[in-house]
Structure formats: structure tokens, C-alpha cells
Unconditional design. Sequence first.
Lengths: 132, 647
Amino acid sequence: MIGRLLIVASLWLTPVLALDPGEALSDGALETRARALSQELRCLVCQNQSIDDSDAPLARDLRQMVRLRLVAGDSDAQIRAAVVERYGEFALFRPRLASHTAPLWAMPIVILLLGGFFGFRLMRQNTSTPPQ
Amino acid sequence: MIAELGHFVLVLALVVALAQALVPLVFLRHEAGSETALSFATRAAYLQALLIAVSFAALTYAFVRSDFSLMVVFANSHAAKPMIYKIAGVWGNHEGSMLLWTLILAAYGAAFARTAKNLPARFSSYVMLTQGLLGSAFLSFLLFTSNPFARLLPAPFAGQGLTPILQDPALAAHPPLLYAGYVGFSMSFAFAIAALATAGEPQDGRDNNWARWMRPWILTAWIFLTLGIALGSYWAYYELGWGGFWFWDPVENASLMPWLAGTALLHSALVAETRDTLKRWTLLLAIVTFALSLSGTFLVRSGVLTSVHAFANDPERGIYILAILVGFTAGALALYAYRLPKLAPDGAFQPISREGLLLANNIFLATATVTVFVGTIYPLVLDGLGMGKISVGAPYFNAVFAPLAVPFAILLPLGPLLTWRQGHLAPLRAYLAMGAVAALLLTAILVLLRGAASIMVLALFAASFWLVLGANLDLCRKLSPHRAKLWRFWTLPSSAFSAPLAHGGLGVLMLGILAATQWREEIVVAASPGQEIDIASITLRYDGLREIDGPNYRAEQARLTYMTGQHAGRYLFPERRFYEAERSQTTEAAITTDLTGHLYAVVGETANDKRVLRIWYHPYVAFIWLGAVLMAAGGGFGLRTRLRRRA
């Protein structure tokens, strides 16, 4: 009875449960890369989860695709490119550096430099005034 | 009847808040009217708080009695719910949480009214009329767009219940703490307005040292916000089912932004108070911090941040929210621009001095705030401009924050060690060298024990160790003349503990994050009863599953037995709960809490007559929240110093 209720329930709200048994690759180094990549890829049907954190069927498919390609010898960049080709840039949690994302990546450096500049000016301006 | 009373007093509260905002303005037109303005505003503030408290009590009563003729109670409660969730459920929905917001705002107003006489009457009046203006805005938002007392007739027999994920003891504390933080920054905002309005005027022959008056309120808000965010993170950690503690989710970012800006404000106000410099920056920060608090609560509440379409769902609320946010921010900034010339010029500055390092601290914190802000809204803006859909998530923020955190952590302990005006590093050389060598040694030991890691991770580890040790150098230095008498530790003034605790707490928090993300272990198995599972040198045995009944849910409960280690013979009971009224389920992880690490077990679905078990080992993860509590404690010591000095 409760099993059936739970099936009904899971249609309403799926809790976060990643990775199924047997999904992981036996090659430790490849599996580490797979996990790192999975955390950078967005589950497109979820609220704000990576495919590593989600148990949605789409996320599972993507995890399998990542692992198949890793075994086939693809590089991380090739896999990311393949995902973007199929699902668009929305699928990347770490946006690639391009003209439309340049402000995003440059902003922290710009603010830090601006802060440094104004801070430096404040000190010079004040040290040049004679102390009372 | 009680509900109508609640609604009625809320309308009265709006009238009182309007009077609190407008009447003092009339008296303040003449110098002689300051005292009258203050005594009027004080009474209005008390009355407003009382009325909102009555209204809040009326709504609580409706939730406790499960009065489903009220729309919010029907939509968010259920008669079978345990009492604690009926009460906490008052703020587990939009309308109720907004009422809690106004209640806290009015409580801050009343708390200020108690001490308002200690400050110049004109200044205090401006603070209180700003509070009145804020109160009017939020009360009218409540009454016109989010009335918690709206009736539903005929009353239904059963409520729709509260989202099960919210049915947790943390619901009782997390929103009130967070709101006490957000709303607390309304005080520094009001002080900034008062400082601008009275700029250049002598205040009853006293110095207009608004930065000193503002500090205890900033500290109070900061402590609450720190604890609120930490509790929210811990709640997500144990409830969401795999042990993540921070997701860089827009909703979390909305709370992190005022925290970062508020932390900067805390430190710049210290400079403004003692050294008569950075005053303009401090005022700007006070305005920005509250603006971020407002966008934090309200944009999350209206759903703009999680989904752009939420605006369209309820345009009335969204536009009202935007109007409040833009109105207060733009108004304050206009006043700022207009009054800026009246502010006294900033005083002299040396790079190697306490104020120099506090300035550096502010530059880093401002960069962090802007990074979170841009990262959160960039995808929305890009999408709005039709330039494509992108995602900005955890990997982006981690990539930007890691290189910022290293120099920040290295500079942090130096501030309290240097003197104001002109500091000297030379006499500190021995202490600093000791701290640096110890931090590098500890990092080297880690590499030996745990193996190599990336340069960035090692730099972060070293910087965190340095921060924990360096933060306590100041304490060591103060104690060293009394080396023979360690009990002197207890006789140091509470101000001596403030920075070491807060800065050291950040170091502990960073170590927790690093350890938990670098050394996390995970195992996923389909187990049949009797099967043994090994993780992190612990052996567990899966014993099987049983069904149990909770107060308003039913659950499948698995049992795991510790076969080895210090917990041998103890059980773990992870559950999957099914809530009938709400027709949804939650996973309840079973967690063994040790300071050195958490074992985190979750029971999953059935797979070929076996049961999927997911087990994690999260090393030193408790350090994250321990660090946050230490930071708040540091704030507490700072506040204690303040209140004593005033008494």
C-alpha cells in the first residue's frame, strides 16, 4: 500500500538523489572526471540542480552520455561542446568565455581594480595634505 | 471575529505609521520643534509595534485553531499538523511572512524609541520618521496586495497543508532569524538618512557621530543574518538528501549579498567612527546594504529570481515590490547626492594602518558583493535583451571566490594587530613569522596525510590555517605580559575577543568547506538485508526496512548497524516519508554527527528486490556551522562592549 502511495507521491515532488548503483565507472580517474563534469552541467528539467545532483531521467541520460564519451576517449572540452550543441549554453553552469559573457567574467577584476585605484587615490590625496 | 480584529488593527497600524512618518516632518521645520517631533514619534513607534503584535497574535490564533475560513490558513495548514508547525506555519507562506517582517520592523522601531532620548532629538526624529515611512510602505503592501486576513467563504473542512519539506523544527527559527537580519539593516539605513538630513548641523552642541550610534544596530542585524544564513545552510544540508550545504542558488545569493555588504558596513563604520574618514562610503554602504536586504526578501517572495515569469503570475505584488525597492533606494541616493557637499571631508590615511587594512577589507567585500549580484542577475539581463540563455552556477562562483578568498584571508588578521593612523609591521615580525610558518607546516602535513591537491586548494588551506592562527595573534599579544597567569584570559575586556572570534570563525568555516568538498566520500549500493557496506573505514550492515506511522505522515524506515569503530552496535534510521494531506514525500537522512565528520545515510527506491542506499562521509563538515556560530559570537562580544560603554 505504502509503496503505491510513494509511487504516486514521487510524481509530485522528487527529492534530490543522485547516481544509481552500477552507474559509476570502474576506472577511478575517469569517474572523478565524470563527477567533476557532471557538477558543471545543468539538469534542464530541474529547478537549479546539476545532473550530478538530480535523479530526473534526463539527468541520468546525460550522465550516461558523459561517461560513454569519456570511455570513448573524448576530452572534457569536447564533451562540453557536445552538450552545448544539443541543449544550448543554458546547460553549462560555468559559462564559457565569449563576447556575451565577457562582462560576467571581467566584473570581479574590474571592481577589484577600481577599488584599489580609489583606495590608493584616497591615501595619496590625504598623505599629501600636511598633518595638523 | 478574531481575524477581523487582526485586520482592523493592521489598518490602524498603517495610520499610525503614516503619522509617525509625516507629523515629525512638520515639527522639524523649526529648530524648536525637535523635542515635540521626537516625543510624538516615540509614542507612535510604541503604538505601531503594539498594534502589529496584536495583529500577528490574531493570525497565530487562526493557525492554531485551524480556521480554514482564512485563505492563508486553508492554503498552508492542516488540522492534523503538529502544533509547532501550526505556529511556525504562520510565516511558512507569503502573507504571514510579510506580517512577520513588519512585526520585526516595528519591534526594531520600538527598541530604538527606548534609547532615542540618548541621541540628539533632531537626529532621533529623522531615524524614527524614516522607520515610519518604511512601516507605511510595508503595511500598505500587506493590506493591499497580500492581506493575511482574507476570508474564504464557505469555509472548507480541511486545509491543503504545509509543504512537507518545510515541516521541520528549523522553520521555527530560520525565517525569524533571517528577517531580524534583513530588517535590522533598516536601522542603519534610517541612521544614514538621519545623518544625511542633519549633515553639517551641530546636534545640541554634540558631535554628530552617527557612525558610533549606528554600530550596535549594524552588529545586531549582522549577528542575526549570520545565524539565519547558517541555519538555512544546515537545514538544506540535512533535508535535501545528499549533504550539500551551499548551492549558489539565487535565493541563497539574495541572502548572501546583504551579508557581504553588511560585513563591509560593519568595518567601514568602525573607521568612520574612530578616524573621521570613509564617512561618505559608509553612508553609501548603509543605503546599499538595506537595498540588497529589500531585494533579498521581496524578489525572492515575488519569485522574480527563481523564475522570470513569476512577475506575470502576480503582476500587482511584483510591481508594488519594485516600487518600494526603487522608491526607497532612489530616494535615499538622491538625498545622498544632494547632501554630500555638506559632509566634512575625510581625514588623513596611511596604507599600513588599521584603517588602511579595513579599506582593503571593504574593497574585497565590495568585489564579492558585486560578483554575487552580477552572477545572479546576468542570466536574467542577457535573456531580457534576447542575447541568449545562459546559466551561472556553483562552478562560476567557486572559480571567482577561491582566488579572492586567499588574499582576503591573508590580510584579515593584520587589521587588529596594527594601530590606527600609522601602523608598524616591524614589531610584529616575530608573531607573523610564527603564524605563517605554522600555517605552511599544517598544510604540508595535510599533503603528507591526504595526498596532493591543486595549487588553489593548497593555497586556500594555507590561508585558512593562517587566518585561524593569525586571528588569535592579537589575543596572544595581549596575554603575553601575563604569561604566568593564564587566568588573565578571563579578565580581558570583551572587545578583545570580538575580532579573534569573528575572524578565526571565518577561518574555521573555510576549513570546513575545503575538507567537506575535497575529501567527501560517497557510495551508492543496491543492498539486500544482511549486506555489509564499507565507507571511510567504517563498516555498516543493512538490516532491512519497516513501515512506521508519524503524526501526519507514514514512512519507510531502513535500519543500518555500525559494525566497527567507536559507534559499533549503534543504529542509523534513514526514512522516506509520505505526507498524505500534502500528497508528497521527503527523505530524512540519518546523520551521525562527530566533530571529525558526519556519516550521512539516505534510503532510496527499490531496485530488483533490493533497496538503493546512498551513504556519504562528510569530513569536518560541522566546522562550517561551527565557524558561523563563532563569527556570530564575535559579533556578540562586540555588541556587549558597545552596550556596556553606553551604560
